[in-house]
Design a protein around this ligand. Structure first.
Ligand code: GLU
Length: 192
C-alpha cells in the first residue's frame, strides 16, 4: 500500500509533505519522493529508496525544495523494482506534469505503446509513468472546450482510457494553484 499526500497553502510545502508521509508510514513502503513547484514554475522532484528518513535527510527536512504546492508519495512497488527511477512522483517526458499514484494501471503497456509511437519517452518501469504521460498527451491535444479547466480536463480524459484502480494526485507546472486528484477503488481524502 502506498501513501499519497498533497498540499497547497501559504507555507512551504515540503516539510508538510514529509510530515504527512510520516503519518502514513504504518502502511509500509520501499521508497519515497516529493515534488514541489517553485515560484518560477519549475517542478522540483526528489526521491530516495528506503525509509522516509533517507529522503528527509537528502532534502534537509524539506528546506531544499522551496514552494507552497506539492505532492508526496511512499511506494509499495507493484510494477518495476525498488529503485530511485521507479519511485514516485513521476514526471511526464515533456517535464510539465508530476503524478503520485496508489494502485495498478492494468492496461499500461497499451498506453505506453500508444505514447511511444507519438514520441513520448519513459524512464521507469512503472505502470504509473504511463498515466502521467497520457495526461501530458491530452493536455497537449486539448480542444477549445477545455479552455476553462485545461489541467483537470486533461486528467479526466486520460482516466477515461485507464483500466485498473487508482488514487492519484497530479501537479501541472503551469498551474501553481491546483492539485488535481481522482480515485477509483482506492481511498482519498481532501481536507481544507
Ligand atoms: N503501481 C505503482 C508502482 O508500482 C504504484 C504502487 C503503489 O501503490 O505504491 O509504482
Amino acid at each position: 500500500m502506498c501513501g499519497i499526500v498533497g498540499f497547497i497553502g501559504q507555507e512551504q510545502a515540503a516539510p508538510i509533505l514529509l510530515d504527512g508521509l510520516a503519518h502514513l508510514e504504518y502502511r509500509g513502503y520501499d521508497s519515497a519522493g516529493v515534488a514541489v513547484i517553485s515560484a518560477q514554475g519549475k517542478l522540483q522532484v526528489e526521491k530516495a529508496v528506503g525509509r522516509l528518513k533517507v529522503l528527509s535527510e537528502q532534502i534537509h527536512g524539506g528546506a531544499d525544495l522551496k514552494g507552497c504546492i506539492g505532492l508526496g508519495h511512499t511506494r509499495w512497488a507493484t510494477h518495476g523494482g525498488v529503485t530511485d527511477a521507479n519511485a514516485h512522483p513521476h514526471v511526464s517526458s515533456d517535464g510539465n506534469f508530476a503524478l503520485v499514484h496508489n494502485g495498478i494501471i492494468e492496461n499500461y503497456e497499451g498506453i505506453k505503446n500508444f505514447l511511444s509511437a507519438k514520441g513520448y519517452s519513459f524512464s521507469s518501469q512503472t505502470d504509473s509513468e504511463a498515466l502521467v504521460n497520457l495526461i501530458a498527451y491530452h493536455y497537449a491535444h486539448r480542444t477549445d472546450d477545455d479552455a476553462e479547466n485545461r489541467f483537470m480536463e486533461a486528467v479526466r480524459k486520460a482516466l477515461l482510457h485507464v483500466e485498473g484502480t487508482y488514487g492519484i494526485a497530479v501537479l501541472c507546472r503551469f498551474n501553481d494553484g491546483e492539485i488535481v486528484a481522482a480515485r477509483k477503488g482506492s481511498p482519498l481524502l481532501i481536507g481544507v
